[in-house]
Design a protein around this ligand. Structure first.
Ligand code: FAD
Length: 387
């Protein structure tokens, strides 16, 4: 067995690639297989593989498993994690409130503020809207969504159905008084047969005035919860209003008032936000993120892709996936660490581009993203909410 690592420590958070032969049936037994395993599961995985007749050819720190190291592995592929019974890296939330208010009996909130998040010259309309939750029991945590039932009826005269919106405030609310909730809403507008169509709920929300009452359901969602571990690493990929959950994480991590309120959560891992927007004027909460970056330079990194103003290396528009490609090595080095979570949020259209960029990035390490992604998902480290 070739072991190319120097010192193994109990507290080791690194991930290793096991190069294995002898598994499967027939010809498959000759094929080399690669398994990505955190240090904590290394011994158990080796035992399991050998008990199934497999032979460990090498144990390589994942970061060293580049094509150069694995060039003698023609069928380099990452298969399902060996230790199927290993517990996933749980986000550590014991009590996440869900569906406290249902559509039949929604919470009635009051609009406190509704203002534009865009700078002059921006494309479209995106508002930050704050609701008062006093007098109810609507609690939530970072990464959840709520439902809004717009006033009025649909074309068939029935009350409108609810629309989901990612919560943009931490559980403490923007004013830290624990009784408000904020949303970041883009008005949907599109052209049809020469006519401009306005989305029902997003227009209702962007137009709503302070003092108005609003029907709220939820909260819902456990996909985008932030790990409770203060030392976790968090990579965030956001486009447009997909920034809403990321804003909640970043406020919880770096806003001084939040840190003072949450002695049990003094973030000291690495957070890296990739934000995609069409123009600088469309960047959302940009001043706050710049401030976090200057106040916490060792813990927060902020990378922007501004498609209509920046160009990618091939001279085209700079999209978020181009930034992922640009920083592929660093991103994958972070992903090797079992403490790293990746969050993606925004319009569904962003997914294929990110997938392509991750596929190319993984390939530079001799890995197959289509096999690695489900592993990360299973370990609750790959979080996607697109709409
Ligand atoms: P509707 O009146 O419901 O119109 C939408 C419909 O219009 C579509 O179903 C489609 O049939 C049609 N349509 C849309 N675009 C076009 C087009 N270009 N051409 C032709 N037809 C088209 N939105 C936010 O702004 N902020 C958020 O934080 C947010 N978070 C979300 C979180 C989740 C989990 C989900 C599922 C969605 C989220 N959304 C968010 C989207 C939100 O729920 C609504 O879908 C959005 O606001 C549009 O609703 P609407 O009532 O304005 O549009």
């Amino acid at each position: 067995m070739r072991v190319t690592t120097a010192s193994y420590r109990q507290s080791d958070t690194r991930t290793f690639t096991l190069v294995v032969v002898g598994l499967g049936i027939g010809k498959q037994r000759q094929a080399e297989k690669h398994f990505i395993v955190p240090f904590s599961q290394l011994q158990a995985s080796i035992r399991l593989i050998t008990s199934k007749g497999g032979k460990i050819k090498a144990v390589i720190p994942y970061s060293e498993a580049t094509p150069a190291t694995t060039s003698n592995v023609p069928s380099a592929s990452v298969t399902t994690p060996v230790n199927q019974s290993a517990p996933p890296a749980k986000s550590g939330h014991a009590d996440v409130p869900v569906n406290l208010y249902k559509p039949k009996d929604p919470f009635i909130g009051t609009v406190l503020e509704n203002y534009s998040l865009l700078a002059p010259g921006a494309i479209g309309r995106v508002n930050h809207i704050i609701f008062d939750l006093s007098g109810g029991n609507l609690r939530y945590v970072e990464g959840q969504s709520i439902g809004i039932i717009p006033d009025g009826t649909d074309a068939s005269g029935k009350p409108h159905k609810l629309r989901l919106y990612s919560i943009a405030s931490t559980r403490h609310g923007d004013d830290l008084k624990d009784n408000t909730i904020s949303l970041c809403v883009r008005q949907l507008q599109y052209e049809k047969d020469g006519e401009t169509i306005n989305g029902v709920c997003s227009t209702f929300l962007c137009d709503i005035k302070p003092g108005a009452k609003i029907k709220i359901t939820g909260p819902v969602g456990k996909e985008m919860l932030l790990p409770a571990d203060e030392t976790a690493n968090v990579i965030m990929l956001a486009t447009g209003t997909g920034i809403a959950p990321m804003r909640t994480y970043l406020r919880r991590m770096f806003e001084p008032g939040e840190r003072a309120k949450n002695p049990e959560y003094q973030f000291r891992g690495k957070a890296w936000l990739f934000m995609g927007a069409p123009t600088t004027a469309n960047l959302l909460y940009d001043d706050d993120f710049n401030r976090y970056q200057s106040e916490f330079p060792d813990n927060f990194r902020y990378t922007k892709a501004i498609s209509r103003e920046q160009t990618n290396p091939s001279g085209g528009r700079m999209y978020i996936q181009d930034r992922v490609t640009e920083y592929a090595q660093e991103i994958f080095r972070m992903i090797e660490d079992p403490k790293t979570h990746v969050y993606m949020c925004g319009l569904r259209g962003m997914e294929p581009g990110i997938d392509k960029a991750m596929t190319e990035a993984a390939a530079t390490k001799g890995l197959d993203w289509s096999e690695l992604r489900p592993q990360l998902k299973k370990a609750e480290r790959w979080h996607v909410e697109t709409y």
